[in-house]
Design a protein around this ligand. Structure first.
Ligand code: DC
Length: 209
């Protein structure tokens, strides 16, 4: 039987950590849907160049190779911005819908994290969470992550990147970043990640009872 946990939220709010913990706890499969957009962004930068010509990006999005989700070069700041830009194109989003819905419907349970899972991809999800935090706190986390990986950057640049991505992801016409009206909101600027994980697990336990 399927059981769907939809976890949405802005960049670096902690939704990846919460998603992995929930998937581990219940033995569910986990899909980080941001990786799909990152693959399209990464391949587009390589094959089309930084102007990201729309028709060419759409053609790429219809041929995503799922094996590319394992690439180790998807987590850079440049790829994050490219992902956010290609994600604005409605045809790119459409091209990725079927894969996400099939993943969600698998028996044994699935956790999907992204921006539009509870609102568009799986509006009937069994549990919906919206994990968020202030832009400053998220930028601080992302800055530490990038620095630990040896990417040369500074806090102000990361904060601007986070804000630019928030604006693009929330203000686009199709499937903007938004909390579903029935989502449980977890603000990790006010709670530890451990507390957010505990709240997420409790929400799943309640829905399964
Ligand atoms: O979650 P992430 O930072 O890896 O996502 C990268 C970009 O992909 C994000 O800025 C917007 C886009 N995205 C989206 O539009 N919808 C999703 N479900 C997931 C990501």
């Amino acid at each position: 039987m399927s059981f769907i946990v939809a976890i949405d939220g802005p960049a670096a709010a902690g939704k990846g950590t919460v998603s992995k913990a929930v998937a581990d706890r219940f033995g569910f499969a986990h899909l980080d849907t941001g990786l799909l957009y990152r693959v399209v962004g990464r391949v587009a930068l390589e094959k089309i160049g930084p102007a990201l010509d729309e028709a060419a990006v759409i053609a790429l999005a219809t041929q995503v190779d799922i094996a590319d989700l394992e690439r180790d070069d998807l987590r850079t700041a440049a790829v994050a911005q490219a992902a956010s830009k290609v994600a604005v194109i409605p045809e790119v989003r459409e091209a990725l819908v079927v894969f996400q819905r099939e993943f969600a419907a698998r028996s044994g349970g699935a956790v999907l994290d992204g921006r539009d899972i509870g609102t568009v991809i799986c509006p009937n999800a069994d549990v919906k969470l919206f994990v968020t935090a202030s832009a400053e706190i998220r930028a601080e986390r992302r800055f530490k992550e990038l620095a630990a990986r040896g990417e040369e950057t500074d806090f102000e640049t990361v904060l601007e990147d986070v804000k630019a991505r928030d604006a693009r992801d929330s203000e686009r016409d199709v499937a903007p970043l938004a909390a579903a009206s029935d989502a449980v909101v977890l603000d990790t600027s006010e709670m530890s990640i451990e507390a957010a994980i505990a709240a997420a697990i409790e929400a799943v336990d309640t829905a399964r009872a």
